[in-house]
Design a protein around this ligand. Structure first.
Ligand SMILES: C[S@@+](CC[C@H](N)C(=O)[O-])C[C@H]1O[C@@H](n2cnc3c(N)ncnc32)[C@H](O)[C@@H]1O
Length: 491
């Protein structure tokens, strides 16, 4: 085992803060410990115990490649039991039909928690199933993660008292047993999570249940760390291993909008989840309200290719609108010049306490457009508190700071965005503008060249689709590359 001292973790925490703006508090150092061990083992350096050398390399690596490889592992600490209770209400709504299918001689309920972190998610799924009378042999529940240390922790099922006490006492008593100063999952609950194993979602082969395809895949708060090309590959593999009519649960702030259109957005018990159509979608049939094999949603199914900027219906009042629908309605309001009304809607959405990154970023941008820089700053900061590793949030915060003349802050934020995603042509371009205003033409020139190169690497402008809506920022990759070329010529 690698000897990791607190000073190593403090050094890594300070590096993460400096390079990508991630603030890791000392009480979350266990996540850093797990990440660094997993990464060093992955690199085959465990025997050398060269933690100081590794940290030095991390600091000196100008490309940022090593830090980027470490980042997904660092996110392992961001999880908790029954995270997003609405999604667990949706799961509760699905379980009875799946159980009935099984008890009529059909396949066991097949659920995969992909990116399970330290196990809170799969055990929450298992508890939900058990509360509906599902027995261990009636469910094929798998949990996987990239980080082998997280997988080992999931398998062990040992948690601090603080973590467990977020749940109702009845649940703790039924599913956990005291273990030193914390708790351990009871063997019956552990048995319900059959497979717990390492799995890189970037690998081409995905696990399958005994019966061939999953009824439900949970992959929450994972794809947000992938670039668009990787996210698309991952989503198409999920699509392949999901049963027709099966469900994909993504994180609250993750959207497939303009990313992947093989799924339909469906409301179940107040949560919005993605569903693989029971029959393949064809371009001639934009809506496919096929009968579900085991569950028929009460809400109308919405086809994902309906563009966010132009929702089919206007912002007509509806009893319960999804965050996405509220965002769509706000975008329509902005497009018709009703900025204040859009802000009002988004403020209400954010006040509901949702972890909605897209809403916070859209709101931040609108405050900027409305010349309310302090509100914009607060809103960007709130977005970054939600997702500290969102390149998009750093990028647009940087653009905002540049707009209000805070050049050093802008350079920091734009640098962080580019550290997280070096292919952001928009980030290179704005950093170039920032360097020009800092009277540093040599660095400005490099940034503009990087913008053109980033565009050439991805001529189709893969970053045209941001999570949020920015009416004042050009999203067209070709236009950004052209602007960078003009700027270069003028320097
Ligand atoms: C923020 S946690 C999410 C945990 C849980 N799904 C939740 O929402 O509470 C992200 C997890 O994704 C895992 N992860 C990141 N990249 C991955 C990859 N390429 N393959 C599999 N897991 C990955 C990380 O190790 C981490 O445990």
């Amino acid at each position: 085992m690698i000897a990791l001292e607190d000073r190593h973790l403090a050094e890594l925490a300070s590096l993460l803060k400096e390079k990508v703006g991630l603030h890791v508090r000392p009480d979350s150092y266990h996540a850093l410990r797990m990440a660094i061990r997993a990464r060093i083992e992955e690199r085959g350096e465990a025997a050398q115990g060269t933690i100081d050398a590794y940290l030095a390399r991390l600091r000196e690596d100008a490309s940022g490649d090593e830090l980027r490889a470490l980042l997904p592992l660092v996110t392992v600490g961001k999880t908790n039991f029954f995270r997003d209770s609405r999604q667990f209400a949706a799961l509760e709504a699905l379980v009875p039909d799946l159980l009935q299918r099984r008890r009529k001689g059909g396949a066991p309920i097949a659920i995969w928690s992909a990116g399970c972190a330290t196990g809170e998610e799969p055990y929450s799924i298992a508890m939900t199933a058990a509360e509906h009378g599902v027995l261990a042999e009636e469910i094929d529940l798998a949990a996987t993660d990239l980080n082998p240390q997280a997988v080992a922790a999931s398998s062990e099922g040992r948690y601090t008292a603080r973590r467990v006490q977020e749940m109702e006492p009845g649940r703790i008593e039924r599913f956990f047993q005291p273990d030193g100063s914390g708790y351990k999952v009871r063997p019956e609950l552990r048995r319900m999570v059959g497979r717990i194993q390492p799995q890189n979602l970037n690998a081409p082969v995905y696990p399958r249940p005994q019966t061939g395809s999953w009824d439900i895949i949970f992959c929450r708060n994972v794809i947000i760390y992938f670039d668009t090309a990787t996210a698309r590959q991952v989503l198409s593999r999920f699509h392949a291993v999901l049963a027709p009519g099966g469900f994909l649960f993504l994180g609250y702030s993750e959207s497939l909008f303009r990313l992947f259109d093989g799924f339909q957005l469906t409301e179940i018990a107040g949560a919005f989840v993605y569903r693989k159509p029971a029959k393949p979608l064809t371009p001639a049939v934009p809506r496919a309200p096929e009968p579900a094999p085991f569950y028929t949603p009460s809400a109308p199914v919405q086809h994902l290719s309906a563009p966010r900027a132009k929702p089919a219906a206007g912002p007509a009042p509806q009893p319960e609108r999804s965050p996405q629908e509220i965002l769509d309605a706000s975008v329509t309001l902005v497009e018709t010049g009703k900025f204040e009304a859009a802000v009002e809607q988004l403020e209400r959405l954010v006040a509901q306490g949702g972890e909605d990154l897209a809403a916070r970023l859209t709101l931040a941008n609108l405050y900027g457009v409305l010349r309310q820089p302090e509100r914009a700053r607060e809103s960007y900061q709130a977005a970054l508190a939600l997702e500290p590793l969102s390149a998009e949030a750093h990028l647009f915060f940087g653009i905002h700071l540049l707009g209000v003349g805070e050049l050093d802050g802008a350079a920091n934020e734009l640098g962080r965005a580019l550290y997280l995603d070096p292919d952001l042509a928009l980030g290179h371009y704005y950093l170039g503008r920032c360097r020009e205003r800092q009277r540093d033409p040599a660095r400005a020139r490099i940034c503009y060249r990087n913008a053109v190169d980033a565009y050439r690497r991805e001529p189709k402008g893969r970053r045209q689709s941001f999570l949020a809506y920015y009416p004042d920022v050009p999203e067209d990759g070709a236009a950004i590359a052209r602007a960078a070329e003009y700027a270069l010529a003028a320097l």
